[in-house]
Design a binder for this molecule. Structure first.
Ligand code: NAD
Length: 410
């Protein structure tokens, strides 16, 4: 497995060369501003003390406070957290929100902890990093295996230590605790704004555009429903156990598909559809393929069998760097994750802004602000791609790094 931080830095180097980035700025962006490594002692339910290791990488704050989730996973490593904090910097700058890049993690298999142990671990992590976070410094959020409840414990612990309220210190909170309306569907909705802009550029008529979606969770499920409401033909969808497809010129009856999954716990044998594996879904002859589940799905193993004209990366990192090169050679357009799924972090930024200003925006207000930001980000990445004759991923990196570079003060 290649080192994620080395991958991130090779992406930086590539963008730096294309844009002729100043050597000093390039040197600054080759490592995070600060990485905290902390030991978190937790009294377990059986009375024993276990010590967990946690990280917080603060990559760059030229655009605004560091921003990024906290991951609980047994495979968390310092290089992974550093790489993810770099990609958060790129994502925030791609959509031009006033946030920098950060990411945190704890090495833990959270499923093995009781609720009480999980709460003590989460509070213990904040006790170790609280001096370095805050709504004007570093704003964490949920990531893999962290939830609004965990964010609530973290905010509570932070405010206790600080001795005053600071609800904007953490986003991804439940609505009753100061979370934002629209956050649940924001990532999918942002992805749909991007698809609509792309359709204009490629002259795609929604009614004749077939879409296959891998994953039907928060991102894939809402993406399917919103695309359908915009007139697109969603012909295939899957969950971790496999998927369903309709062939010929019809679309899935999504209400029936979701109902079948709800009733039976899986998509298998959903009436009027054909069962397919996740591997087969990726290779369907569709116009748009939307990976919305996991990383490393499009690899050198299957990239030559991909038949979609366009890939919209709603998951983080669904395409390996090697497969990315082959897609480029094959002329398949790929909208990168840092642009396609940035609606989520943008609405997290809106949550932070509402908390700071003590405001509450309606869902309609949230989406009225999100749409022009996603459209503008798409247009800027597209222009950058044309200007340098590069792919959209590299274009997003060039545009984002240009923005960060302009804000760095030496
Ligand atoms: P989720 O847990 O709600 O849903 C994940 C979906 O993927 C489920 O339908 C699950 O059945 C499916 N799945 C799991 N393993 C699979 C496999 N091996 N093959 C096919 N499908 C599989 O997660 P989510 O929030 O929808 O996130 C999905 C992706 O989008 C992740 O990569 C995440 O990092 C990324 N993302 C999410 C957000 C957000 O706001 N939720 C924001 C940006 C990026």
């Amino acid at each position: 497995m290649s080192n994620p931080f080395a991958n991130a830095m090779s992406q930086l180097d590539k963008a730096a060369k294309i844009m002729n980035l100043d050597k000093g700025i390039h040197a600054i962006l080759k490592q995070p501003d600060r990485v905290l490594t902390v030991s978190i002692p937790v009294k377990m339910d059986n009375g024993e003390v276990r010590v967990f290791t946690g990280y917080r990488s603060q990559f760059n704050n030229a655009m605004g406070p560091y921003k990024g989730g906290i991951r609980y996973h047994q495979n968390v490593s310092i290089d992974e957290v550093k790489a993810l904090s770099f990609w958060m910097m790129v994502k925030c700058a791609t959509v031009n929100i006033p946030m920098g890049g950060g990411k945190g993690g704890i090495i833990v298999d959270s499923k093995t902890l009781s609720v009480g142990e999980l709460e003590r671990l989460s509070r213990g992590y904040i006790q170790k990093i609280w001096r370095e976070i805050g709504s004007d410094k570093d704003v964490p959020a949920p990531d893999m295996y962290t939830t609004p409840t965990i964010m609530g414990w973290m905010r509570d612990e932070f405010e206790k230590l600080l001795g005053q309220a600071d609800p904007g210190v953490i986003t991804g909170k439940a609505i009753k605790d100061g979370g934002s309306e629209g956050r649940e569907t924001a990532t999918a909705q942002g992805g749909v704004y991007v698809v609509k802009e792309l359709a204009k550029k490629l002259n795609l008529n929604p009614g004749e555009t077939k879409v296959a979606i891998q994953g039907m969770g928060n991102v894939g499920g809402f993406m399917a429903k919103i695309l359908k409401s915009e007139g697109y033909s969603v012909v295939a969808i899957s969950d971790s156990k496999g998927g369903v497809v309709v062939r010929n010129n019809v679309a899935l009856d999504l209400d029936k598909v979701f109902e079948h999954k709800e009733k039976t716990g899986s998509l298998k044998d959903c009436p009027d559809t054909e069962n397919i594996t996740n591997e087969e879904l990726l290779e369907l002859p569709v116009d748009i393929l939307v990976p919305s589940a996991m990383e490393n799905q499009i690899t050198t193993e299957n990239v030559n069998n991909i038949k979609a004209k366009v890939i919209v990366e709603m998951a983080n990192g669904p395409t390996t760097p090697e497969a990315d090169e082959i897609l480029k050679e094959r002329g398949i357009i790929l909208v990168p994750d840092v642009l396609a799924n940035a609606g989520g972090v943008t609405v997290s930024c809106f949550e932070w802004e509402q908390n700071i200003k003590n405001e509450r925006w309606t869902e309609a207000e949230v989406f009225a602000k999100l749409e022009p930001m996603m459209v503008q980000a798409f247009d800027e990445v597209w222009e950058t791609k044309e200007k340098y004759s590069i792919d959209m991923r590299t274009a997003a990196f060039v545009k984002a790094i240009e923005r960060v570079a302009n804000k760095i003060r030496i």
